[in-house]
Design a protein around this ligand. Structure first.
Ligand SMILES: [Zn+2]
Ligand SMILES: [Zn+2]
Ligand SMILES: [Zn+2]
Ligand SMILES: [Zn+2]
Ligand SMILES: [Zn+2]
Ligand SMILES: [Zn+2]
Ligand SMILES: [Zn+2]
Ligand SMILES: [Zn+2]
Length: 353
């Protein structure tokens, strides 16, 4: 007899009824499902290992079957179950329902927002109550990489943070740059340079000293340290003099180069020149007069000496000496020659200017 209240209908027969084949339908204790297999209250179970053969002479007995009630087998009702990492939902037999790993990579985004968890599908505790299939939990890996975001153009420094979400913090390292004139080293905060536009960059690269370059005119560039070519409008004051050096004018270098400015002598210059030549002429005349007087004096002294000797001679032998024409005039020859030479000198000096 089984737990079923009624027997299946079957033909009238001799002996005991055939075994019950109705579905068990007992409510399973663990899950509440009904046992689906055919009634197992009077199952025939083979008896084994009960009887040990006492010797080789003993024939093994015919297998003995006994009728007994078997417990309901494990429930096989398929139940959809989600894996630990919430990657999939798969049907599991009811008795085996429980947390399981689908063996996929976890793949949840780590806090760095750059990398995902590479552990095998695992339990993830929802921390802040927002259930997400993509957010890492405390069981996920911790990113230990350095920041691998690209640096701003011109920044040679690494990011100071480990792998992090969002933008890198501005770089506060100092950058050494050469100024426009390549003489001074400037130290500028890296972020200032990397965020500056062209004009700001030019300003940051200026050492504030006078440009050291030489302009084509030979003067030094007057601009403050600047990029590119020197502007060529030199305003260095240049002194110009008139030909006689009396008038002095100061003009900016670029004016002079532009249109060949020259300083001409004025009326005052000419007047001064005239006076100067007059003085020179007067001096020459005076020198000539002086020379004439000197020669005259020399002539007179000579004549006097000559007269004195003649008197002496007359006293000695009372003979008048007749002088030849050469002797008579040779004393005049020297002063006359002197005068001619002086006139010649005066003439040359006067007309040489
Ligand atoms: Zn039954
Ligand atoms: Zn059953
Ligand atoms: Zn079940
Ligand atoms: Zn999974
Ligand atoms: Zn990372
Ligand atoms: Zn994970
Ligand atoms: Zn960074
Ligand atoms: Zn310059």
């Amino acid at each position: 007899t089984c737990h079923h209240s009624s027997q299946e209908k079957h033909r009238c027969h001799f002996g005991p009824c055939p075994p019950c084949h109705q579905p068990c339908q007992k409510v399973l204790e663990k899950c509440g499902h009904l046992c689906p297999i055919s009634c197992h209250d009077q199952a025939l179970v083979k008896q084994t290992g009960r009887h040990q053969l006492s010797g080789p002479w003993e024939q093994p007995a015919e297998p003995a079957f006994i009728q007994t009630a078997l417990p309901c087998p494990p429930c096989q009702v398929p139940i959809p179950v989600e894996c630990l990492g919430k990657h999939e939902v798969s049907p599991l037999p009811c008795h085996a329902v429980g947390p399981y790993s689908c063996k996929r990579l976890c793949g949840r985004m780590l806090n760095c927002q750059n990398h995902t968890c590479t552990k095998e599908c695992h339990k993830v505790t929802e921390v802040d109550g927002c259930p997400g299939r993509h957010k890492a939990g405390p069981e996920c890996l911790q990113c230990e990489e350095g920041c691998s975001k690209s640096r701003p153009a011109g920044c040679p420094h690494p990011c100071v943070l480990p792998c992090h979400p969002g933008k890198c913090p501005p770089c506060v390292q100092m950058l050494r740059i050469k100024c426009h004139c390549k003489i001074t080293n400037l130290y500028v905060e890296c972020r200032k340079i990397t965020t500056a536009d062209v004009s700001e960059k030019n300003l940051l690269s200026c050492c504030k000293n006078q440009c050291p370059k030489e302009l084509p005119c030979g003067h030094r560039c007057k601009e403050m340290c600047h990029p590119g070519e020197c502007p060529y409008n030199c305003n260095q004051k240049v002194k110009l003099r008139c030909p006689c050096k009396r008038i002095k004018r100061e003009l900016p270098c670029n004016k002079i180069r532009g249109n060949q400015v020259s300083v001409e002598c004025d009326a005052a210059c000419k007047e001064m020149k005239r006076k100067a030549s007059e003085i020179k002429e007067a001096e020459a005349n005076a020198a000539l007069e002086e020379e004439k007087r000197r020669q005259q004096a020399e002539l007179e002294a000579f004549e006097n000496r000559l007269k004195g000797r003649r008197k002496k001679n007359r006293k000695r032998d009372e003979v008048a000496v007749q002088l030849s024409p050469w002797q008579k005039y040779k004393s005049y020859l020297f002063p006359v020659c002197g005068v001619v030479v002086a006139v010649l000198v005066w003439y040359i000096c006067h007309h040489a200017d």
